[in-house]
Design a protein around this ligand. Structure first.
Ligand SMILES: [Cu+2]
Length: 605
């Protein structure tokens, strides 16, 4: 073994990541010589890979400690009904559902029904809507199924990254408009043998401890000396894409690593529906099926007008349904490449058992751009389309801080004059303190952005502006209020927050919406990471330039680094709802808030 530092070794030849990740695991003490906490000593049973199907009106879901193994890694896991992922719930719109949750594990647990419209006391968020279900206890969920589409369920505790999640398919009451020959769930996830508590502690003590793609003096990234010095002065890294990466994570499709040879059968010419669900704790995926165009038909469970693409990025907690018609080859590879391109999950569409297509190599890791720092100058090489948005739509409304930002457009590009921490650009609603170590100088709407690293891949990539709701939305009112919320953080201290305020208790000042209020929410990302922001209990409409009444409905929106995204919300589900970043360690370190929807009383919201 050479004495080259580990970070350098990884920078030198990133294409060998797949094979080297097991080496990295053993260097980190995660391989065969497992430390005590990773030995899976708390559960002897091995998790089965893949989901069983549960249907009907009364289900039992049993949480248990377990172990999981993939390739050369093994460690502790949590299963529901013995599998990882847990059971696929196949339900029907209009039915009633009773679920008895039994906790046979050693930790507190819960189930959150991600994307489902449920009474808030059934929403499954410990500390907000219920107490955690303690070891040995049971909890009964009971609610009607009011919708159709692709969803999922997961723990709202640190059991989630250990395997406590699974898919939901709800068949429409009046027949499915999409006739297909086969219908598969592809649930993407990341699994680490490291206990989530330990992992989180490591994230807090060192900056990007698991980023092995750090830039070094000898790497082969296409950066000039001046650019390297600029990044160094800002104490930032252009390769800081993901907090946790392949040296720690195995990327799974339906619980299977690439070496498992997971197959989805097809006959040539058949229409195949693939329901992609990103159930990962910390990983965005870029999904491709080389040689096979994908027709996107639904986003976050809601039908959209079909769009044909060759690739899409899927943030944590998002879902996309696509239809493919494989023909002309025995097999096609389903490739889910981690956004930082440190590793991938792989499955095969196979026309006969054992048929295989070539799996593409990992592409070069992406580099962050000036736009990702919230500096959107005309000259920078970003993919923004300034003309795409309807800026006039909000005329006459209180537009918060947007006026302050536009004044920065003409600022000098001289790096020394730039302040990444000019807190005067922030509105008064943001609490300035140690939790805010970066401010976007000129945050612009980045809804037309395909996602980090996908601007110039040379084929069709989905972006949010292409999504158009297939059906007419029920509420055609224009919003009467603009609520601006900043996504804030301090990378070095691993502090994350909304408006500079880390969430600590339900008694903190929640975000208040009046019942049935129509409000536009503008999310401004003052960090250099993409955050998938999820609101419980509702769908919101992306303000993406879609025709009136056809803004796409989603439950989760990715806000690109240094940019903004807007959605319109009809706050018609009363109660207290979690609102948070779906990167689990961001959520657990403060990027979480409670949204309270209350009836108007005496004119007060
Ligand atoms: Cu986040």
């Amino acid at each position: 073994m050479s004495t080259t530092p580990l970070s350098d070794r990884f920078a030198i030849d990133r294409r060998k990541f797949l094979t080297r990740s097991s080496l990295a695991a053993s260097l980190l003490g995660l391989g065969h010589a497992l430390p005590a906490w990773a030995r899976g000593s708390h559960g002897g049973t091995m998790a089965r890979k893949g989901s069983d199907v549960l249907s009907g009106e009364h289900l039992t879901m049993t949480v248990a400690d377990s172990s999981f193994a993939t390739a050369s890694r093994h460690g502790p896991a949590v299963t529901v009904n013995g599998t990882l992922p847990g059971p696929l719930l196949r339900l029907r719109e209009g039915q009633n559902l009773v679920v008895d949750l039994e906790n046979n594990s050693s930790m507190g647990t819960s189930i959150h029904w991600h994307g489902l419209l449920v009474p808030f006391l059934m929403d499954g968020v410990p500390g907000v809507t219920m107490a955690a279900v303690e070891p040995g206890e049971r909890f009964r969920y009971e609610f009607p199924i009011r919708q159709a589409g692709t969803y999922w369920w997961h723990a709202h505790t640190l059991q989630e990254p250990m395997g406590h999640y699974g898919p939901i398919i709800i068949d429409p009451a009046n027949g499915d408009p999409h006739q297909v020959d086969r219908d598969y769930v592809v649930m993407l996830s990341d699994w680490s043998p490291m206990d989530p508590h330990v992992l989180m502690k490591k994230l807090k003590v060192g900056e990007a401890p698991f980023n092995f793609q750090k830039t070094t003096a000898t790497d082969d990234y296409p950066l000039s000396g001046a650019e390297r010095r600029m990044w160094a002065r800002m104490r930032m890294m252009p390769t800081d894409i993901s907090d946790v990466s392949a040296p720690l994570y195995s990327y799974l499709l339906n619980g299977h690593g690439p070496e498992d040879g997971l197959e989805f059968a097809f006959n040539p010419g058949e229409r195949v529906r693939l329901r992609f669900i990103n159930g990962a704790a910390m990983t965005f995926f870029n999904v491709r099926i080389p040689g096979l165009p994908m027709k996107v038909i639904a986003a976050d469970g809601q039908d959209v007008r079909p769009i044909e693409v060759d690739e899409f990025q899927i943030g944590n907690a998002e879902t996309y349904d696509v239809i493919v018609e494989p023909t002309g080859a025995d097999a096609f590879a389903i490739v889910a490449e981690a956004m930082d391109r440190s590793g991938m999950g792989v499955g095969m569409l196979a026309s006969r058992p054992g048929a295989r297509a070539d799996v593409p190599l990992l592409r070069d890791p992406p580099l962050l751009t000036m736009a990702d720092m919230g500096m959107n100058h005309g000259s920078t090489a970003d993919s923004m389309d300034h003309g795409g948005m309807d800026h006039g739509a909000m005329e006459g409304m209180d537009t918060g801080s947007s006026g302050a930002a536009s004044g920065t457009m003409d600022r000098s590009m001289d790096m020394d004059s730039m302040s990444m921490r000019d807190t005067s650009l922030l509105p008064p609603s943001v609490k300035v303190g140690p939790g805010v170590d970066m401010v976007s100088m000129n945050p612009v709407d980045r809804m037309g952005d395909p996602g980090i690293g996908l601007a110039d891949v040379g084929h069709r990539v989905l972006n949010y502006r292409q999504l158009v709701s297939a059906n007419m939305n029920p509420d055609m009112r224009r919003p009467t209020r603009l609520k601006e919320i900043h996504l804030t953080g301090n990378m070095e201290r691993y502090m994350w927050s909304f408006d500079g305020q880390k969430f600590s208790a339900v008694t903190d000042d929640p975000i208040r919406f009046a019942f049935n209020e129509r409000v536009r929410v503008k999310l401004v990302n003052d960090t250099m990471m993409a955050h998938p922001i999820h609101l419980h209990g509702h769908f919101f409409e992306l303000v993406n330039g879609a025709p009136h009444g056809h803004q796409p409905l989603k439950h989760t929106v990715i806000v690109q680094p240094g940019g903004s995204a807007q959605f319109d919300l009809t706050a018609n589900e009363p109660g207290d709802w979690a609102f948070h970043c779906h990167l689990i360690y961001h959520m657990h370190n403060g990027m979480f808030q409670v949204v309270t929807v209350r009836p108007l009383q005496g004119g007060e919201g």
